[in-house]
Write a protein that binds this ligand. Structure first.
Ligand SMILES: Nc1ncnc2c1ncn2[C@@H]1O[C@H](COP(=O)(O)OP(=O)(O)OP(=O)(O)O)[C@@H](O)[C@H]1O
Ligand SMILES: [Mg+2]
Length: 167
C-alpha cells in the first residue's frame, strides 16, 4: 500500500482496516496486545486509502506506545454515520490523556515520550491528513470508563479530482 501519495480509489473501508490489523500483527503479538475489529463490510469509500492507512497506522502505533504495557486491548470499528459520512474509531484501554494535555496533542513536537520513542509528530500528521486530503474531522478523547478513543469522521465520496498534496 502506498501511504505517501494521494491516489483516489474506490475501496472497502473494512478491507483497509483489516490490512492495517495485519500490518501490526507481529507487534501486537510481541506486546501480548489484542486488536479486535467491528467492521461494516458494506461501507465503500471513494477516497484516498494511502493517507487513510497512514492515519490508522499512527493511531494504532499510539495505542501501543502510550497504552497499557500489559493486557493492552485495542478495538477498531468502522460504520456509516450521517449520510455520506464514515465513522472510524480506535479505542484502547490505556491511561487516557490528562485533561490539561488534551488540547495539545495535535501540536507539532508535543510528546510525553521525548527520548523514549516519541517525536510528537504522529498526531500532527494525522490531523493534517484527516482535515486536508481526507476532508474530515478528528477528535481524541478520554472515555469515562477509561482509555483513549480516536474518532474520525470522513466523507464517503470525495471527488476523484480532489487530490491534494500531502502536508
Ligand atoms: N492512545 C493514547 N493514549 C494515551 N496518550 C496518547 C495516545 N495517543 C497520543 N497520546 C498522547 O499524545 C501525545 C502526542 O502523540 P503523537 O502521536 O503526536 O506523538 P508521539 O506518539 O509521542 O510521537 P510520534 O508519534 O512522533 O512517534 C503523546 O506523546 C501522548 O502523550
Ligand atoms: Mg505517535
Amino acid at each position: 500500500m502506498d501511504q505517501t501519495s494521494a491516489h483516489w480509489r474506490r475501496f472497502h473501508l473494512a478491507t483497509l482496516c483489516e490490512e492495517m490489523a495485519l500490518l501490526f500483527r507481529e507487534r501486537l503479538r510481541r506486546k501480548g496486545a489484542t486488536l479486535t475489529l467491528e467492521l461494516d463490510r458494506d461501507l465503500e469509500l471513494g477516497s484516498f486509502p494511502g493517507p487513510l492507512g497512514q492515519v490508522l497506522s499512527n493511531l494504532i502505533d499510539n495505542a501501543l506506545l502510550h497504552g497499557r504495557d500489559h493486557d493492552a486491548q485495542l478495538h477498531l470499528s468502522c460504520r456509516e454515520g450521517a449520510p455520506g459520512q464514515a465513522v472510524v474509531e480506535l479505542r484502547d484501554n490505556g491511561p487516557g490523556i490528562p485533561a490539561d494535555l488534551q488540547q495539545r496533542v495535535f501540536e507539532p513536537f508535543f510528546t510525553t515520550r521525548r527520548g523514549r520513542g516519541g517525536t510528537g509528530l504522529g498526531l500532527t500528521i494525522v490531523h493534517n491528513l484527516v482535515t486536508g486530503v481526507l476532508r474530515g474531522q478528528i477528535r481524541i478523547d478520554t472515555l469515562p470508563e477509561g482509555g483513549t478513543r480516536a474518532q474520525l469522521l470522513i466523507p464517503t465520496d470525495l471527488p476523484e479530482s480532489g487530490a491534494a498534496p500531502i502536508a
